[in-house]
Design a protein around this ligand. Structure first.
Ligand code: ATP
Length: 810
């Protein structure tokens, strides 16, 4: 069963796709080394380019089959399945027969008699051509969207990490890194857990309502899909943790591929969009009315072709004029033809499909056609702050450390606005070795951090969270852990060499992932001396609440008194009022539960880490060490976009996880609030809003509103209340737990760059550039499409009725 360095592995797997009884290597039942051997790969170096080439030839691309679209004939036939079009066809045939009959009667056929049926046939042909063309185009536009949204994967090949390889290029044996929020690109065996826990949402495949924990330990070979705890499946999403995996199945061989085949077989016929359904219903009702009115028109005119002869006041005989009868029948038919808005459904769908293309050019990728129409009706936009209203180009601007005694703080100004460690310096920085307090700040910044900085074409870019990348840059500006490190550094070309040294000194054994409810992230580290400690960074208020001591300049620890607390809060207030995004640092050395823990899954402490609900209790009784303020400048184009919203009567609400003062300062800067506007009644924290008695009245206020320190559940509540009040709400989001709010909103908008796959899946629109102005441009586009469609429907109705009044007079 085992392959030799991937050689016969290929043949065996080929058989799985080509032969009737596929023999699949049970990776879930084998240990990691055995899997690596079978797939001829090592998790450190990944596959080589030649291996990839060979395997691609055998397995093809990692994508689900594109089932053949409808043929041109079936598309043409489809155009005649519309009630209105069918009636028009019947009308044309009748007109044609009548014209023919008239000709026969008169002895010679008048060519003018055929003009009407010919025109109708011409309309039908043009309509069918437009229909086929637009369906092809809409199909292509949607395909293009699928392309743009296709997932990417971080892959290790040829000893190098490729951060964004298109997922369709994966082959069995590839080594893939997964992190929280990622959508799994293929079926894979977990080979290594980077965080202490790994949880996946795989309900779409298995029906499980809760996220499940994954491990890298083998399970019995006969395990069912739920039991394969060391496997992750394509199409599912990581809700917590990071890991390294080995691709075992790709494309149609994956579990989701099998489901895809079943779905395709079951659902050959595609459902109409709700908008199209409504239009069809409207068409049918209209046709009924037209039919009845036409019949009435014909009957009213009966007297002209049916002459009664009366004897003693009673009708005794009648004279029937067939010529006149057909003449009035023709008029009724002409009336019907004039009144049927035959092209309406086609025009509407064309408008929407073209709209999505225009919006895609403006970086707004609409995932569902009818959303274009909903966008046009948007009355409230609820937007995130970080990255959407601001650039997310973070740089530390201020550092506040503890002083030599309780009640004294040290403030440092930090220069530089880019991710370059060489851009700017720290003012008044002490010479020589850093004191214990500054060392602790540097250590937490470097180790409790998942980001990196890379140099690409003379530019320094952040890999991972911009906030964390900015902290790594700060550590480099602070200098190496020990003075003598300086000498060994001179030969090192590493960009983040100080960070690297901190990470070598303190090895991470567990990660308590950042989440938006707790607003902090922690890591448990093992130092050289074997001592365990917990390093935490997060929102300053949250950390202060969980701290009971502070560390002084010399490393000594004293109780956190009221005086120190208010001094720290004052520093926080000053920085946040200056629109700086603030982050605090804390640690703890007493970790009795983890004293002997070394990442072992069978250790009792591991159980604690499996449930993220325990994280805030682990991060308690901390020692606070300092805080930083990061500059995140507003996007320049946002101010104008907000003004445009105001002019168009759309209200803007900012819902952010950030601190109240920082958010207020940014909102003033970008014009959500006027420069001197009293915003006491317009800015609340998420918690304060939830405690309000009349939340709806608060939401009905004119102008912009701000919700700071908001949690994902607050977003859901705000959308729910706004919708109940009849507003059409567009809501942005990027995190996994934003998904319910995105689903609930009339238009859920996910961030293309910073957004997780879960958020994108739940959304109606994806912003390719994460920019607020793009939302406003898309709403503007939606409005003009909506207005055009309304105008067209009105025109059609007026057109029909005016023709009616004219023919009525005949
Ligand atoms: P928005 O909700 O508008 O995107 P935001 O990014 O400030 O704004 P969150 O991401 O919810 O909101 O972050 C909330 C707070 O959590 C931040 O103000 C910061 O103090 C803290 N924080 C952010 N990122 C991290 C991180 N990587 N590690 C620890 N704490 C963080």
């Amino acid at each position: 069963m085992m392959g030799k360095g991937g050689e016969d592995y290929g043949k065996q797997e080929v058989s799985s796709s080509k032969m009737s009884a596929p023999e699949v290597f049970p990776a879930w039942g084998r240990e990691v080394q055995e899997c690596e051997k079978h797939y001829g790969v090592s998790r450190r170096s990944g596959l080589s380019s030649s291996d990839v080439e060979k395997r691609r030839k055998i397995y093809g691309l990692n994508e689900l089959e594109n089932h053949e679209g409808p043929s041109i004939w079936s598309l043409i036939l489809e155009q005649f399945q519309d009630t209105l079009v069918r009636i028009l066809l019947v009308a044309a045939v009748i007109s044609f027969v009548l014209a023919w009959y008239d000709g026969e009667e008169g002895g010679e056929t008048e060519i003018t008699a055929f003009v009407e049926p010919l025109v109708i046939f011409l309309i039908l042909i043009v309509n069918a051509i437009v229909g086929v063309w637009q369906e092809n185009n809409a199909e292509k536009a949607l395909e293009a969207l699928k392309e743009i949204q296709s997932e990417q994967a971080a892959v290790i090949r040829n000893n190098k990490r490729i951060p964004n390889l298109p997922a369709k290029e994966l082959v069995p044996g590839d080594i893939v890194e997964l992190k929280v929020g990622d959508k799994v690109p293929a079926d894979m065996r977990v080979v290594e857990l980077i965080s202490s826990t790994l949880r996946l949402e795989q309900g779409s495949l298995t029906g499980e309502s809760e996220a499940v924990n994954k491990t890298n330990k083998a399970v019995p070979e006969d395990a069912d899909i739920q039991g394969k705890r060391c496997m992750v499946f394509a199409g599912t999403t990581v809700v917590n943790g990071n890991c390294i995996c080995l691709v075992t199945q790709t494309g149609m061989e994956t579990e989701i591929g099998k489901v895809h085949t079943q779905i395709h077989v079951a659902s050959q016929s595609e459902e109409d969009t709700p908008l199209k359904k409504k239009l069809n219903e409207f068409g049918e009702a209209l046709t009924m009315i037209i039919g009845v009115v036409c019949a009435l028109v014909w009957l009213i005119n009966v007297k002209y072709f049916l002459d009664w002869e009366y004897v003693d006041g009673w009708p005794s005989n009648f004279k029937f004029s067939f010529e006149k009868c057909t003449y009035y029948f023709e008029i009724a038919v002409a009336l019907a033809v004039a009144a049927i808005p035959e092209g309406l459904p086609a025009v509407i769908t064309t408008c929407l499909a073209l709209g999505t293309r225009k919006m895609a050019q403006k970086n707004a990728l609409v995932r569902k056609l009818p959303s274009v129409e909903t966008l046009g009706c948007t009355t409230v936009i609820c937007s995130d702050k970080t990255g959407t209203l601001t650039t997310n180009q973070m740089a530390v601007a201020k550092l506040v450390a503890m002083g030599s005694r309780a009640g004294a703080l040290r403030h440092f100004r930090v220069d530089g606005t880019t991710y370059s460690p060489f851009d700017g310096k720290i003012h008044d920085w002490p010479c020589g070795r850093m004191d214990a307090n500054l060392q602790m700040i540097a250590k937490i910044s470097a180790v409790c951090n998942d980001a990196g900085v890379a140099q690409s074409e003379h530019k320094y870019v952040a890999n991972g969270m911009p906030t964390e990348a900015a902290l790594k840059v700060l550590v480099e500006k602070m200098g190496p852990p020990a003075v003598d490190d300086d000498r060994s550094f001179s030969s090192s070309g590493d960009l983040l060499r100080c960070c690297q040294r901190w990470n070598e000194n303190d090895r991470r054994i567990a990660t308590l992932e950042f989440d938006r409810d707790r607003k902090s992230m922690g890591v448990i580290v093992n130092s050289h001396s074997g001592k365990k400690s917990l390093l935490v960074k997060g929102a300053v208020e949250n950390l202060l609440e969980r701290s009971n001591s502070i560390q002084l300049l010399d490393g000594s620890v004293v109780a956190l008194g009221d005086n120190s607390r208010s001094l720290i809060l004052q520093a926080l207030h000053e920085m946040s009022s200056d629109a700086l995004r603030c982050l605090g640092f804390a640690y703890k050395d007493e970790l009795p539960d983890f004293a002997t823990y070394d990442g072992d899954e069978n250790h009792p402490a591991h159980g604690l880490l499996l449930n993220p609900a325990n994280y805030s209790s682990i991060e308690r009784n901390l020692t606070f060490v300092g805080l930083v303020g990061l500059r995140d400048p507003p996007r320049t184009e946002v101010r104008q976009a907000i003004e445009d919203c105001r002019a168009a009567g759309i209200r803007v609400m900012v819902i952010t996880g950030d601190n109240k003062n920082t958010a207020e300062a940014i909102c003033h800067e970008i014009g959500v609030f006027g420069p001197n506007e009293d915003i006491r009644s317009k800015s609340l924290t998420g918690k304060e809003f939830m405690e309000l008695r009349d939340q709806k009245a608060y939401l009905r206020q004119n102008g912009g509103l701000l919700f700071s320190r908001a949690e994902p559940r607050h977003k859901q509540e705000i959308v729910r209340l706004l919708k109940e009040d009849g507003e059409v709400v567009a809501m942005t989001g990027d995190g996994v737990n934003d998904a319910p709010a995105l689903k609930l909103a009339d238009i859920g908008i996910a961030m293309g760059i910073a957004g997780t796959e879960v958020a994108k899946e739940a959304s109606d629109m994806v912003l390719a550039d994460d920019n607020f102005s793009t939302i406003v441009a898309a709403v503007g586009e939606g409005r003009s499409i909506y207005n055009n469609m309304k105008a067209f429907i009105r025109f059609i109705s007026l057109h029909s009725w005016s023709l009616w009044s004219v023919t009525d007079g005949i």
